[in-house]
Design a protein around this ligand. Structure first.
Ligand code: NAI
Length: 507
């Protein structure tokens, strides 16, 4: 028997999300009343859930008795008025403010005064939906992710007038359903869709600047940072008809904040219908559902490697020198490179061209390497040329750094390579969310790891790669681009020296 506050739960809208929420609510022991305006939608949802549970019985993960009891707890509601006994009603209907407002105005007159009403909206303001309700304190956002049973996180969103008691009750119920609740303020994108802005948008900027192609960027971010999917694989999976409007909406809702600026690349691809895997063509072409990925450029054959000189200002210089030693390089130790030397720089945020000029190095022989992450912690090395780099020097650097078999990507010059730009942007946006108090730092980490599947929460990512390094990347990127999109958040500037994932909030 269900003894929780929400023993009877109504679900309005039994599409993809509604049926997922119904599933975990029934599994948590609640009686679940299903309502939809489409005549056959409720029956379809019940059948789909029945099949799901039967499969779990076959796999031995659910007893036949439990499956039968869960099926029994799912009940159709013929009219909205049938939801009168509900302690909680969760709405998962079409994403339109006017339709949602009308629904909740009607529901408020039907349910008992103690009932909580919640919306699964992903992009509308919870406060706006609640604006004309009589009991806005009993209304909140309850934002699940698709597919609901597998995505174990839910954002509990408090509108301007939502009571703490309502949020607590929803959070407790989320735990009862086996999910992890995170508490978010009613801000555009809430936590997950806001924190996720850095990954794809920065990757698109890198492509738009001709620094690297999308397949190279995917490889770099998977191998260097440990993302499961590259940004362009992710775009293809989500499909641009979903993700491009989200990018535009969050950018506009934050009054054109440059950090969230979308890209013309996705606008054009969306207009052309090249939206992703579901149509067989996105950033990658798909044959029988499998992405066609071009082979990596081969490692150049270089018979005679030149000596190597490493800039005194290189990031992680000691590790870089050790790496070169391990690779068998002839390392020069003079104050400046000899006329034959391949010159290696490892800047944070600055471009290779600027570094060569400022350090009075010969740009024709200068190649950069991204040392934001310790080489031992990555599965790929990334080199960058500058416009003057000689082909023989580029090839020598490529061959040298590939000597132990670790893959090497060679990209064109930009401030901050690929990983520095993307990681810097992710950490900066997350830091600014903490500054804006969208959520607590702990909830931010939880929401991003569970909701986006990142290998680390953004704050832990910043700490792992060095908060001072990330800050330096951003400061220098801001100088290179003269663009406020790289302006470090005040939160990051303060925490840069002391660590980002501190347990306690400032007083
Ligand atoms: P869907 O299109 O699969 O299902 C919506 C259902 O609501 C349909 O069965 C439709 O007949 C019904 N419906 C429409 N208007 C109604 C009304 N006035 N009264 C009762 N039923 C009505 O949509 P989906 O994907 O399940 O999305 C539902 C909500 O969840 C939207 O607000 C969406 O933004 C949000 N959401 C969607 C996610 C996703 O990945 N699909 C993720 C998180 C939130």
């Amino acid at each position: 028997m269900n003894t929780s506050r929400f023993s009877t739960v109504g679900i309005v809208g039994t599409g993809a999300m509604g049926r997922g929420i119904a599933q975990i609510a029934a599994q948590a022991g609640s009686t679940v009343l299903l309502y939809d305006t489409q005549p056959d939608a409720i029956e379809k949802a019940r059948q789909a859930l029945g099949i799901q549970w039967d499969k779990l019985v076959e796999k031995g993960r659910l007893t036949p008795e439990a499956a039968a009891a869960q099926k029994d707890r799912l009940k159709p509601a013929g009219t909205l008025a049938d939801l009168a006994e509900c302690d909680l009603v969760v709405e998962a209907i079409v994403e339109r403010l006017d339709v949602k407002k009308t629904l909740f105005a009607e529901l408020e007159g039907i349910v008992k005064p103690s009932a909580v009403l919640a919306t699964n909206t992903s992009s509308l303001s919870v406060t706006a939906i609640a604006a004309s309700l009589k009991r806005p304190e009993q209304f909140a956002g309850f934002h699940f992710f698709n597919p609901v049973p597998l995505m174990k996180v839910v954002e509990v969103i408090s509108g301007l007038k939502t009571s703490a008691e309502t949020c607590t009750a929803l959070s407790e119920y989320a735990r009862q359903m086996g999910h992890t609740p995170v508490q978010a303020g009613d801000t555009p994108g809430f936590i997950v869709n806001h924190a996720g802005r850095g990954y794809g948008t920065e990757a698109l900027r890198i492509v738009s600047e001709g620094v690297a192609d999308f397949a190279t960027i995917d490889r770099i971010l998977k191998d260097q940072v440990g993302f499961k999917l590259g940004p362009f694989e992710l775009f293809d999976l989500t499909a641009l008809d979903v993700s491009h409007p989200v990018m535009e909406s969050i950018y506009r809702q934050y009054y054109d904040e440059p950090r969230y600026r979308p890209s013309v690349i996705t606008a054009q691809r969306l207009a052309g219908g090249v939206v992703g895997k579901k149509v067989g063509e996105g950033f990658y072409a798909y044959v029988n559902g499998v992405a066609q990925v071009a082979a990596e450029p081969p490692v150049p054959q270089v018979s005679d490697l030149p000596p190597v000189w490493v800039s005194t200002r290189a990031a992680r210089r000691a590790e870089l020198l050790q790496l070169l030693k391990d690779l068998g390089a002839k390392i020069e130790t003079g104050q400046s490179p000899s006329p034959e030397a391949l010159t290696i720089v490892a800047p944070l945020g600055f471009d290779i061209t600027t570094v060569a000029v400022v350090e009075r190095l010969d740009p024709a022989r200068t190649v950069g390497i991204d040392m934001l992450i310790d080489d031992k912690a990555t599965k790929r090395r990334v080199l960058a040329t500058n416009p003057a780099t000689r082909t023989d020097m580029r090839d020598a650097a490529h061959a040298l750094f590939a000597r132990d078999g670790k893959p090497v990507s060679v990209i064109r010059d930009s401030g901050g390579f690929v990983t520095q730009r993307v990681v810097g942007t992710i950490v900066n946006i997350a830091s600014d969310m903490c500054q804006q108090r969208v959520c607590s730092p702990q909830d931010l980490e939880t929401a991003v790891t569970l909701g986006l599947g990142y290998p680390l929460g953004p704050l832990a990512m910043g700490d792992t790669f060095g908060p001072a390094n990330v800050l330096e990347v951003l400061f220098n990127m801001q100088t290179v681009y003269g663009d406020t999109r790289y302006r470090p958040s005040p939160w990051l500037r303060r925490r840069g020296a002391i660590g980002l994932s501190l347990k306690h909030e400032e007083a």
